[in-house]
Ligand binder design. Structure first.
Ligand code: COA
Length: 259
């Protein structure tokens, strides 16, 4: 058995998945994708987990992209097979629990695409982000040409994708590619605090909230608002809505049932 390349830890109600190939700057190879899928499958039905944090091992890199070594000698059909369903980034985007990218260093190519598939991106002040595929004679293939312009606008996305330049975390925050920038030595503590705060909410309601926000990526505003209304009303069928409202009215903390 080869050594695990994705490690799982539990911090309160948060599962931390660490991509563990630091000597290759945590580049994504097939083994990483397979193990990530296995962990997410297990976490999906694990009631002790309310939210997931994804990060990279070591101090230097979150994920420095797809493993370029695997591209060598591949035919277009081999590559297409390697990119067949289920695709890990899409699994993360539609995962029924919140997924947070804790970006501890280089966040490039497939690493940036992985982070963009998460629900939030929290970066260390030492992180550097970019889509350098153009320098390999390639374009982003993990959703980068679609998710990046939605986050940062077409002009910023064009600049990053057409130059392949890396940008520091502060600039990524200014353009909306990351949501928070935190000093490197506080990144884990602050990210876990936020993740546990989220994970303390009703799992059922978190799931519906995420589904509603994700819908904004594909629906026109009118349809999105109607869809939100239906999901809002669906919440009226849950015990957790009854519990949350009752707890507020009786000035006590709610105890979620996940029903
Ligand atoms: N795929 C495979 N291996 C990678 C990799 C990737 N995407 N990124 C880094 N590595 C490997 C390097 O080959 C090197 O391995 P080696 O020690 O066996 O030679 C090791 O990780 C360390 O990387 P190195 O380039 O020596 O570190 P650096 O600090 O000089 O440079 C980067 C860091 C991120 C600028 C540089 O590694 C880089 O440009 N990586 C590729 C980024 C990329 O194009 N990603 C998109 C892929 S589609």
């Amino acid at each position: 058995m080869s050594e695990a390349v994705v490690l799982r830890e539990q911090e309160g109600r948060v599962a931390v998945l660490t991509i563990n190939r630091p000597s290759k700057l945590n580049a994504l190879n097939q083994q990483v994708r397979d193990e990530m899928l296995e962990h997410l499958n297990a976490i999906e039905s694990d009631d002790s987990v309310g939210a997931v944090v994804i990060t990279g091992a070591g101090e230097k890199s979150f994920v420095a992209g797809a493993d370029i070594q695997e591209f060598e000698g591949r035919s277009p059909f081999d590559q297409r097979e390697a990119m067949s369903f289920p695709r890990i980034f899409d699994v993360m985007a539609s995962f029924p629990k919140p997924v947070i990218a804790m970006i501890n260093g280089f966040c490039l190519g497939g690493g940036c695409e992985m982070a963009m598939s998460c629900d939030m991106r929290i970066a260390s002040d030492r992180a550097r982000l970019g889509q350098p595929e153009i320098k390999l004679g390639l374009i982003p293939g993990g959703g980068g040409t679609q998710r990046l312009p939605r986050l940062v606008g077409v002009g910023n996305a064009m600049r990053l994708i057409l130059t392949g330049d890396m940008i520091p975390a502060a600039e990524a925050k200014d353009m909306g590619l990351v949501d928070m920038v935190i000093p490197a030595d506080e990144l884990r503590a602050q990210t876990l605090e936020l993740a546990n705060k989220i994970a303390a909410q009703s799992p059922l309601t978190l799931r519906v909230a995420k589904e509603a926000v994700r819908a904004s990526e594909r629906l026109a505003i009118e349809e999105g608002i109607l869809y939100e209304r239906d999901l809002f009303c669906l919440c009226f069928s849950t015990e957790d809505k009854k519990e949350g409202v009752d707890a507020f009215l009786n000035k006590r903390a709610p105890e979620w049932k996940n029903r």
